[in-house]
Write a protein that binds this ligand. Structure first.
Ligand SMILES: C[S@@+](CC[C@H](N)C(=O)[O-])C[C@H]1O[C@@H](n2cnc3c(N)ncnc32)[C@H](O)[C@@H]1O
Length: 277
């Protein structure tokens, strides 16, 4: 039987949401990422900053494409092989192809997807452009956990497994990233998944990071790469699926990938074991 909810365009944003004004005073990390991916949802101020980053770290576009493809492959893996049917994608970004929504709904049209981003342009575009299905897009900020969990309360079924996706977002959040991930983990049911990718410092010296940080310091968020062990610690309580935490281009990818020179992004998928507390 055809589900009428999936054959008509659905309002994806909360009808009570007040529109937030776009900030065009500063380059925006989400719009810069869109530019790296070859999207059109960016402004001159974003393109100038993105070009400055590419100057500093020439493989940035390759890295962005590898990251986006990793998130889609990981979402596919969680749907097909780990039986996940509920997804919470925070820092979801613009719906440049390939995206989590089209990937998951292409496999399981009944899956439930909740996307959150602190960038109002993401909500506006995702609401208009995403495929039909049970998709809820909201504006929210990972640094403000109380309002974020209040926003998610009517949307996320915490008593059922949920795949939390944190794709290339935690490296825009300074401070104790572990506490943020743990706040989600403590609400998640056994068998839930964590898909996370995160920039890490390159082997060839800190200069590229310092130069990139100077550019991002003038943008909507600072750039905070973390070491491999710090990123691995974000999976505390989760058991990493093979191949563990690796360069995003290499995660369950049959196609040979170049290892980017400069900044790298590591990614992994973990499954939450039973709580020990
Ligand atoms: C590099 S993009 C990654 C998009 C997507 N997750 C992916 O991996 O392809 C980072 C996204 O995180 C969002 N973001 C940055 N800081 C955030 C925060 N504190 N709370 C929520 N979203 C945030 C940005 O607006 C942007 O859309």
């Amino acid at each position: 039987m055809v589900n009428p909810d999936r054959t008509t365009a659905q309002p994806r944003g909360n009808p009570d949401d007040q529109p937030t004004e776009l900030n065009l005073d500063k380059p925006d990390t989400g719009r810069m990422y869109d530019y790296y991916l070859g999207g059109k949802d960016n402004f001159a101020i974003d393109r100038a900053a993105a070009e400055a980053i590419i100057q500093v770290n020439p493989d940035t576009r390759v890295l962005a494409r590898q990251n986006r493809a990793f998130v889609a492959r990981a979402a596919e893996y969680c749907t097909r092989h780990l039986g996940q049917r509920q997804f919470l994608d925070i820092g979801t970004g613009l719906p440049t192809h390939p995206n989590v929504y089209e990937t998951v709904l292409g496999i399981d049209p009944d899956a439930r997807l909740i996307g959150v981003d602190n960038n109002p342009i993401v909500r506006a575009h995702d609401t208009a452009l995403l495929p039909a299905g049970e998709i809820h897009i909201r504006e929210g900020d990972l640094r403000e956990l109380d309002p974020l969990f209040a926003l998610l309360a009517p949307l996320v079924h915490w008593d059922e497994p949920v795949t939390l996706i944190l794709g290339a977002v935690m490296h825009f959040i300074p401070g104790d990233a572990g506490t943020i991930v743990a706040a989600f983990r403590d609400r998640m049911a056994t068998g839930s998944c964590l898909v996370l990718s995160h920039a890490t410092s390159p082997d060839n010296g800190p200069q590229v990071v310092a130069d990139a940080q100077r550019v991002y310091d003038r943008s909507s968020a600072p750039f905070v790469p973390r070491g491999r062990s710090e990123i691995a610690a974000l999976f505390d309580g989760f058991v990493l699926e093979p191949p563990d935490l690796v360069d995003v281009g290499d995660w369950r990818n049959d196609e040979e990938q170049p290892t980017p020179d400069g900044v790298r992004i590591l990614g992994g998928v973990g499954v939450l074991g039973p709580s020990t507390s």
